[in-house]
Design a protein around this ligand. Structure first.
Ligand code: GLU
Ligand code: ZN
Length: 302
């Protein structure tokens, strides 16, 4: 029996999409459609304080304007607390969680920097505090994780040395991205995750969690990301402009070029749907570049 390819795009509604997020959306879309697969949309709205009002609607409208039509109903992480809680209970039952009372400030004073932020120094690991609401919940991270990324190649990470014990539930009760993404990639039967390579360093911890929860590990393909002249990922924080939906074909042509699609000369005057249909036919992930793509402010300001 052949398994249907299922991919997804999973924006956080912290603001409107920009060219960098469009690149991840289009990359995951083309890979799914080229495999005759489904492409799902998941809104990662698990962090209300960081959410921008109206961002969800704006993201949906932008995707539609760029011809990126998704399958099935939009999946909202804000409705998934029961599933996240059940996974935490299971991890707790198996002895993988502990309560943590450290503040960010306390951690910052002693922590080493790892590949994805500070490494928790393990202060509360052996304290055996009861897991009550109001305390952070951390996952014991150990072992060496190996996996093969379809674009970035062999990845190896020593979890304890490079990442440390990650927080799965914050003291304010909000669930961490790492927990939610693992639970939902499995619940949505995602067969391949295509996203920006800024998330590559977080992937081994996701695989660790999948194994502890006995969930399947999808394939991974980490795309190049757009960076500014100082090497920072384009984001709202670094001043990336919101996508202009009335420039959709221009935006799409740019992104398709960055994704290694050949010249689009025969496509003068094409609609977004025509551009995407052509791109699905010519999609070849081996033409992707591995590293970041530096864009000038001109590129992000049509
Ligand atoms: N929400 C994440 C982001 O916007 C993407 C998560 C993922 O694709 O796993 O960067
Ligand atoms: Zn602690």
């Amino acid at each position: 029996m052949s398994v249907t390819y299922r991919g997804r795009f999973a924006p956080s509604p912290t603001g409107p999409l920009h060219l960098g997020s469009l690149l991840a959306a289009v990359g995951s879309y083309l890979q799914a459609r080229a495999h005759d697969g489904q492409w799902l949309l998941r809104i990662e709205d698990i962090d209300p304080p960081r959410q921008a009002p109206g961002a969800v609607d704006r993201i949906l409208r932008s995707l539609e304007a760029h011809g990126l039509h998704w399958d099935e109903a939009v999946w909202y992480q804000s409705r998934r607390s029961t599933a996240y809680e059940a996974s935490l209970e299971r991890l707790h039952h198996d002895g993988w969680l502990y309560a943590c009372t450290c503040s960010r400030k306390q951690i910052a004073q002693v922590a080493r920097r790892g590949v994805a932020g500070m490494i928790y120094p393990g202060t509360c690991r052996a304290a055996g505090l009861p897991l009550r609401p109001g305390l952070g919940l951390r996952l014991r991270s150990e072992g060496i994780i190996h996996f093969r990324d379809r674009l970035q190649g062999e990845i190896r990470q020593d979890l304890a040395r490079e990442i440390g014990d990650i927080l799965l539930r914050r003291p304010d009760g909000l669930y961490n991205y790492q927990l939610a993404v693992v639970v939902d990639d499995a619940a949505q039967n995602i067969t391949e995750v295509v996203r920006g390579h800024d998330l590559l360093a977080l992937t081994p911890a996701q695989i660790h969690l999948q194994r502890l929860l006995q969930l399947p590990t999808p394939e991974y393909l980490h795309l190049p990301i757009l960076v500014d002249a100082t090497g920072h990922k384009l984001s709202k924080q670094t001043g990336a402009r919101a996508l202009e939906d009335n420039q959709a074909t221009t935006n799409l042509r740019r992104v398709l070029g960055w994704l290694g699609l050949p010249g689009m000369d025969e496509l003068a005057g094409a609609s977004v749907e025509e551009l995407l249909a052509w791109a699905v036919k010519h999609w070849n992930p081996s033409r992707l570049r591995q590293s970041s793509i530096s864009v000038s402010p001109r590129d992000t300001n049509p």
